[in-house]
Design a protein around this ligand. Structure first.
Ligand SMILES: O=C(O)COc1ccc(-c2c[nH]c(CNC(=O)Nc3ncc(Sc4ccccn4)s3)n2)cc1
Length: 309
C-alpha cells in the first residue's frame, strides 16, 4: 500500500514532529498543502496538547498527526487525549511506543515510530505498527548513529512494512534517493523550520539560513542523549565539559529548556538550535506550500532526467 493511500494524503511527505516548534499553524499548513502535518507534543501535558489539536482542527479539515516524544513523563495522559480527540496518525520518538500500541490500534490510529536502528525497527514491527520512519543521524534533534544512506536500506530489508526516510532530506534529489533506497515517502524537519508558517523566533530561522554544511554538532552522546544542533557558544561549552567527563546531571543546565531559549527567546548563542545537516542547503524563507510543491516537482524532474539518460 502506498503512503498516500495509508495516510489519505496527496504527497508522500510528512513534516517531522518537532517539540515546541510544530504547533497547529505549521502542521495545518503542511496538511492543507497535501502533506501530513504533525503537532510536536514534546514535553507538554494533556491540556496543552488538547488545545493545540483543537486549534489544528479549526485550521484544516485534512488528516494531521501528533508526535509523542517518549521521554516525556506525561505520555500516558497525552495518549488518552490523542484517542479522545480522534487524531488519525501518531509518530513517536526517543523511545519505544510499546505501551501505547494496543490503545492506538483499538482506536484505529496509524502508529509510525521513528527508529535509529534495525534492531528497533524489528522490535516495533513485531508490536504491529503501521509503518516505520528510519531516521539517520543527519537529522536535527535527538539522533542515532547511522546515516540515512546506511540505515534506510537495512531497515527496508529487515521489515515487511512501509518505511519512510528521515534525516538529510531537503529537496527533490533527497526524496528520489530515499525512494531508490526503498522508502515509500519522506519525513522532513529542517526545511520546514525555515517555512513562513513555522513559529520559531526569526533569529532561529536566520541562523539556519546562514549555516554552512559543517555547522552542526551532536552534543550529549557521552551522556546518552545525543542531540544535533547548530554549533554556538553553548555547544562549545557543552562539548568541552563532555570531554572532561562531566556527568549528565551537571550538563543538564545546558540543555534543560535550552530548545525553548532558542525557539521562543531567539537566543541562538546560549540556546539549543536543533537543526539537521542539510541547513547549508537552505537560503530563503518560503511558504509551506512553496516548499512542498518545490520538493515534489524537483523529484518529478529528477525522475524524468533519470529516465531520459
Ligand atoms: O527503547 C529503546 O531502546 C530506545 O529507543 C529509541 C531510542 C532513540 C530513538 C530516536 C532517535 N531519534 C528519534 C526521533 N527523533 C527525535 O525524537 N528527535 C527529537 N529531537 C528533540 C527532541 S526533544 C529532546 C530530547 C532529548 C533531549 C532534548 N530534547 S526528540 N527517536 C527512538 C527509539
Amino acid at each position: 500500500m502506498s503512503l498516500t493511500t495509508l495516510l489519505n494524503i496527496k504527497y508522500p511527505i510528512i513534516q517531522g514532529g518537532m517539540a515546541n516548534i510544530s504547533l497547529a499553524e505549521l502542521a495545518a499548513a503542511v496538511s492543507n498543502a497535501g502533506g501530513l502535518g504533525i503537532i510536536g507534543s514534546g514535553g507538554w501535558d494533556a491540556n496543552r496538547l488538547r488545545d493545540e489539536i483543537v486549534k489544528c482542527k479549526k485550521l484544516t479539515d485534512k488528516p494531521f498527526g501528533v508526535n509523542l516524544m517518549l521521554m516525556n513523563p506525561h505520555c500516558d495522559e497525552l495518549a488518552k487525549v490523542i484517542v479522545e480527540e480522534g487524531v488519525k496518525v501518531v509518530t513517536t520518538g526517543a523511545g519505544s511506543p510499546g505501551p501505547y500500541i494496543e490503545m492506538f490500534k483499538a482506536a484505529g490510529i496509524k502508529i509510525i515510530p521513528v527508529v535509529p536502528s534495525v534492531a528497533l525497527a524489528k522490535r516495533v514491527a513485531r508490536l504491529g505498527v503501521d509503518a516505520i520512519i528510519a531516521e539517520g543521524t543527519e537529522s536535527g534533534g535527538h539522533v542515532g548513529e547511522l546515516t540515512t544512506m546506511a540505515l534506510l536500506p537495512q531497515v527496508v530489508d529487515a521489515v515487511d512494512l512501509p518505511v519512510i526516510a528521515a534525516g538529510g532530506i531537503a529537496d527533490g534529489r533527497g526524496m528520489v534517493a530515499a525512494m531508490a533506497l526503498g522508502a515509500c515517502g519522506v519525513q522532513i524537519g529542517t526545511r520546514f523550520l525555515t517555512a513562513k508558517e513555522c513559529p520559531v523566533h526569526e533569529n532561529y530561522k536566520q541562523a539556519i539560513l546562514k549555516a554552512k554544511d559543517t555547522d552542526t554538532v551532536v552534543t550529549g552522546r557521552s551522556v546518552g542523549v545525543p542531540v544535533r544542533c547548530l554549533k554556538n557558544p553553548m555547544t562549545r561549552e557543552y562539548v568541552a565539559l563532555e570531554k572532561k567527563g562531566v556527568s549528565a546531571e551537571e550538563l543538564e543546565y545546558l540543555t534543560l529548556g535550552s530548545l525553548r531559549k532558542a525557539v521562543l527567546d531567539g537566543d541562538v548563542k546560549g540556546g539549543s538550535v536543533m537543526v539537521g545537516q542539510v541547513a547549508g542547503m537552505l537560503s530563503k524563507v518560503q511558504t509551506v506550500s512553496e516548499i512542498i510543491e518545490d520538493i515534489y516537482n524537483h523529484a518529478s524532474k529528477v525522475m524524468e532526467d533519470l529516465k531520459v539518460s
